[in-house]
Design a protein around this ligand. Structure first.
Ligand code: ADP
Ligand code: SF4
Length: 682
């Protein structure tokens, strides 16, 4: 049933797989990168492929987060790149017309953003919106209509009116934000007026050939403990029920809608969605990080949704629909819910994915998620270490047809992911290993040697043509103060200083424990939780102003802090660790230098990692200046400790470039605005 066609107004999706609009860090800045990435999803079988939020006017500009744009006719060609490529694979192309209002800062365009009232910027910038008068509303409707016409000309099949996520149109619907006394405020009919007008006008402008979709929230506000607060949503949707051709439904709490797997599991929106299809006869799409075909079928059968919406599952595996259609379920590269993909948009750089190293590299490096170039000549390759870097290198080399020997010291594959997946909430990370292990087991040209700790001598004796050292990294017992690594403990206290590796090895401290997080991503919080579950009094301490500050890029920072607070973990921010003697820790406020003393028997330092590059160094040394009989490369955390995504990427890149390194023309294509010599002609 997942492959039944679905009519959406004047167009028909060939199946129920619907890639919803999702940000990519590409937008109008990187149209080739964007088009090639979306095209791969169409090739992978998605019936609908949408581009990201698309600004209709320069007064809605989100840089440094790159949105797409349909500001004027010169933007059309960039979108054509994408729609043509998407159509080539038989998919529909969708575009989400966007006006940010109080959520866009217009740092690039420097125009005043408009909203239903004069609000402070909702992204925390110290300036406000202009309250829209009726002329502004009329003008805004014209912008929207013109953008819709451009979208049609650009070849889109589905055009969105975007009425959620705290952007302008949703603020008109919101009874707390919309306190206007004119016909756009007050009653429900008045507050939905703008949305109704936009739907009508978009249909009038392009409805002959394009479907009109509305993105709408199924609940009114973020409820306590995740309980939906329905408010007027049902009534509102009922009033507009059959006006658009499609409802794309999500929820008010973004950190739940696209929650990390640590806190949110597959199909989490189901309780919010139950009523939606009873109110409209039009098709409905929603998301839920669906990777299991059984869950997808159950969602359709039980009337939750008509179309299987996906952002992350389509990023981790652009070929998810085709693999399901062909019954190749074990080949699905399941999303692990880490939200590293989202960090691309947060940081204004092209999207990356932990599971899919080719994501964002389709145009730049000409990488394909399923097809690797065949080897150019026979070679035997030894990969030492089967963490994410080694596993991905072996998998991709195996897929290229090389003879691969993968040696792992441990009795399990997976390296850090196998260890980290045992920590609270981290179970889905094991998918990084499982997908690769499954693939490797099916490759006759790959041999795996478990419990095989390789020495330099062993490596020489293998007789490989190429050797990749992927031996990972080890958490350090000292702290980095911005310039130096400093020990914070005297020798006598060192027995009570632990690292994340100790905790993952099952060496748990007992009694009050400080977890000092100098790393700033998930590990500090997860270790604190692990120890709290084990019954210790835990104090989480960080020199940063916020708990897990880097996790702001993956949209989980707030959730991490509230989770730790609920667990009863004491939180100390903006303090650096100076000393620990086994009874007491001394900390300095990073602003005032004022001292703080905390009593604790144990200290866990989550700081930096030391690359395990001893083997690499020994091999180089053994050659004593002579050429080695094989090429030698260190990859992943052994080269430079990074995210799991970084290790997977390093392994993949090694495999892709093995026989073409250094060749002319082998470089990253550089997406940029072409410079004309005579600027007056621009
Ligand atoms: P990465 O993230 O770079 O893939 P990991 O730390 O996850 O690194 O994995 C490194 C793997 O290498 C671990 O599974 C570890 O057991 C293995 N390993 C380390 N040293 C050796 C060695 N000398 N021989 C074989 N395997 C090794
Ligand atoms: Fe899923 Fe993580 Fe990839 Fe995003 S980066 S699609 S969350 S695996």
């Amino acid at each position: 049933m997942l492959f039944e066609p679905v009519s959406i107004g004047p167009v028909t999706a060939k199946n129920r797989f619907y890639e919803v609009p999702h940000c990519t860090g590409m937008g109008w800045l990187r149209p080739h990168t964007l088009a090639a990435m979306r095209a791969v999803k169409a090739e992978g079988g998605w019936g609908v492929v949408c581009t990201e939020y698309t600004s209709i006017h320069p007064s809605s500009d989100d840089l440094p987060h790159p949105s797409a744009a349909l500001w004027d006719d010169s933007d059309i060609q960039a979108h054509r790149l994408m729609t043509d490529m998407v159509h080539e694979h038989g998919a529909l192309a969708g575009v989400e017309l966007w006006y940010g209002g109080a959520r866009s800062a217009n740092l690039h365009s420097r125009m005043s953003p408009m909203d239903v009232d004069s609000f402070p910027n909702l992204a925390g910038h110290p300036f406000q919106t202009r309250a829209m008068d009726k002329d502004d509303i009329r003008t805004f409707r014209q912008w929207h209509r013109r953008a819709a016409l451009r979208a049609k000309e650009a070849g889109f099949d589905i055009v969105y009116v975007y009425a959620t996520h705290g952007y302008l149109v949703s603020n008109f619907l919101n009874p707390r934000m919309n306190t206007r006394s004119d016909e756009y405020g007050g009653s429900l009919a008045n507050r939905t007026r703008l949305l109704r007008e936009l739907i009508d006008e978009t249909k009038d402008a392009i409805g002959d050939r394009c479907a009109v979709a509305v993105r709408f929230s199924a609940d009114e506000e973020i409820g306590v403990d995740g309980q939906p607060v329905l408010g007027e949503r049902r009534e509102m949707l009922a009033m507009l029920a059959d006006l658009p051709d499609l409802w794309d439904i999500n929820i008010a709490d973004y950190s739940l809608e696209m929650g990390v797997s640590r806190f949110v599991k597959e199909a989490a929106l189901e309780p919010y969605m139950k009523w939606v299809r009873t109110v409209t006869t039009k098709p409905v799409v929603t998301v839920g990080r669906f990777t299991s075909p059984d869950t997808m079928v159950q969602q359709v059968r039980s009337g939750i949704t008509d179309l299987i919406g996906a952002a992350r599952p389509s990023i981790a595996d652009p070929f998810l629909p085709r693999k399901i259609e062909e019954g190749r379920l074990s080949a699905i590269r399941e999303c692990i819910g880490c939200n590293v993909c989202y960090s691309g948009d947060s940081l204004g750089v092209p999207i990356r994915c932990t599971q899919n190293p080719t994501m964002g590299e389709e145009w730049r490096r000409n990488w394909h998620p399923e097809i690797l170039p065949p080897k150019r000549r026979d070679a035997r390759i030894l990969v030492v270490g089967a963490g994410p870097a080694g596993l991905e290198a072996a998998r991709a080399l195996g897929a290229r047809g090389y003879e691969v020997l993968l040696a792992e010291a441990d009795r399990d594959l997976g390296g850090r992911v196998t260890r980290e997946a045992e920590l609270p909430g981290m179970r889905e990370y094991i998918r990084v290993r499982d997908y690769r292990e499954q693939q490797l087991r099916e490759m006759a040209n790959v041999s795996i040697f478990m419990e095989s700790r390789m020495s330099a001598e062993d490596v020489f004796s293998v007789g490989a043509d190429h050797v990749a050292i992927a031996t990972g990294a080890t958490w350090r017992r000292d702290c980095f103060d911005g310039e130096r690594y400093l020990s914070v403990t005297s020798d006598s206290g060192s027995a009570r200083v632990f690292t994340p590796d100790d905790i993952m090895d099952g060496k748990l401290p007992s009694g009050p424990t400080i977890v000092f997080d100098g790393d700033g991503y998930y590990m500090g919080g997860v270790i604190a939780e692990r120890l709290r579950i084990a019954g210790s009094h835990v104090i989480y301490c960080t020199p940063s102003d916020s708990v897990s500050h880097w996790a702001g890029n993956t949209s989980e920072r707030r959730r991490v802090r509230s989770h730790l607070a609920r667990l009863g973990i004491q939180i100390v921010t903006a303090h650096k660790l100076v000393a620990f003697d086994g009874r007491e820790a001394e900390l300095d406020c990073v602003y005032s230098g004022e001292k703080m003393r905390l009593s604790a028997l144990n200290l866990v330092i989550v700081s930096a990692r030391t690359p395990n590059d001893g083997l690499y160094g020994e091999i180089k040394e053994a050659a004593s200046g002579q050429a080695l009989p094989f090429s030698l490369t260190r990859i992943g955390d052994c080269e430079a400790p990074s995210l799991i995504a970084g290790a997977v990427y390093a392994g993949h890149r090694f495999a892709q470039e093995l026989d073409s390194l250094g060749e002319s023309g082998h470089h990253i294509r550089h997406e940029r605005v072409d410079v004309v010599t005579d600027i007056k002609k621009v």
